[in-house]
Design a protein around this ligand. Structure first.
Ligand SMILES: [Mn+2]
Length: 344
């Protein structure tokens, strides 16, 4: 039995679809009675007809840079907040982030990347479902239908939440296509409960659900400063991969090395905005004191983006005040831009 995969890549022009051809001899079976079956599938690149367009955009960017056929960065808004139990409002997060992204420079001051130049498209938002179970299934099916994690498409999905329960179905879809996946989570909360008020798909159970995904090898959790006794007792092994803000403050280099060591090569990054100290990101459902600062998060992000193969990114739990104070959504939009700058 053999497996062959050839990719011939002969073009990188953003505006004309590159003539990529993927040839995969997907199955060669030789049995002892000399039966030979060979199946070839030929996909022309880009196979993007599955991506819809929307009027929304990230940045005030020209149309040619938001072509779903060629854009490298694909933003998917998921304004779900079905299981939020305290301060509501995260359903308004994606739109608030996109609104302020109009205001930010499309040039990264740190890396000098032209962060629009590889194309950034915003897909229509996923309409919220009636129950957490339906929502989870809807997100999974949408990500699969768009084929967002197919390595051949060379796309980088950026998911905007919504509450943190949107992350497990995205990671499950990623793990279907990407082997040896690990997850880097920035968050104030461990999110390791087996069940919470809204059940097993609550935002408080997001990382527990991801732990259960077979192809996910590791979760590294940074910024954690709130968890229950049950979480601690039931997930003792996982707590070895938790890096608290206090540890980070005194041991930044060692913490970065630890993150690097624990993560596998293929990494999905999820950022709960409450990982930041509330002085940096106050507009969120459960603002825990003693959080991370901008420099810490971006330093870690930069290193992981440079040393690992990052396959996707999300920002969740932005819950805009809507009173003209846009600190939190502005920070979230800049964080998306930093991700692009570090990946470019
Ligand atoms: Mn969370």
């Amino acid at each position: 039995m053999g497996f062959f995969y050839f990719v011939i890549d002969v073009g990188k022009n953003l505006h004309t679809p590159p003539p990529h051809f993927t040839l995969s001899a997907s199955r060669i079976i030789l049995s002892h009675i000399l039966t030979c079956s060979i199946e070839f599938t030929i996909n022309t690149y880009p196979c993007m007809s599955n991506l819809p367009t929307s009027d929304q955009k990230f940045y005030d960017v020209e149309r040619r840079y938001r072509d779903p056929n060629t854009a490298r960065y694909v933003v998917l808004p998921v304004p779900y907040e079905g299981t939020v139990c305290f301060m509501k409002g995260t359903s308004k997060g994606p739109k608030a982030i996109l609104d302020v992204a109009y205001q930010i420079e499309m040039f990264d001051e740190e890396t000098h990347a032209e962060t629009y130049s590889k194309g950034i498209v915003v897909l229509p938002e996923i309409p919220s479902a009636a129950s957490p179970e339906e929502e989870t299934q809807r997100i999974y099916e949408t990500v699969k239908r768009y084929d967002l994690f197919n390595p051949a498409n060379k796309r980088l999905p950026i998911i905007l939440g919504g509450e943190h329960s949107i992350t497990p179905p995205v990671v499950r879809a990623a793990a279907d296509s990407i082997p040896n996946l690990s997850v880097l989570q920035f968050d104030a909360h461990a999110d390791l409960r087996d069940s919470y008020t809204a059940g097993r798909n609550s935002h408080a159970c997001a990382m527990r659900r991801i732990l259960e995904i077979e192809n996910v090898k590791q979760i590294v959790q940074v910024g954690i400063r709130s968890f229950s006794e049950d979480e601690y007792n039931q997930c003792r092994e996982q707590f070895k991969n938790i890096i608290t803000p206090e540890y980070l403050e005194g041991n930044f280099v060692a913490a970065c090395d630890l993150i690097d060591k624990r993560l596998t090569n293929n990494v999905y990054i999820t950022v709960d905005i409450d990982a930041f100290d509330p002085s940096f990101a106050p507009a969120t459902g459960t603002p825990e004191p003693g959080g991370l600062d901008w420099r810490q998060v971006t330093r870690i992000l930069r290193r992981v983006c440079k040393t690992k193969h990052v396959v996707g990114f999300d920002v969740v739990e932005v819950s805009p005040f809507g009173n003209g104070n846009a600190i939190t959504e502005y920070l979230a939009a800049r964080l998306v831009e930093k991700f692009i700058a570090y990946m470019d």
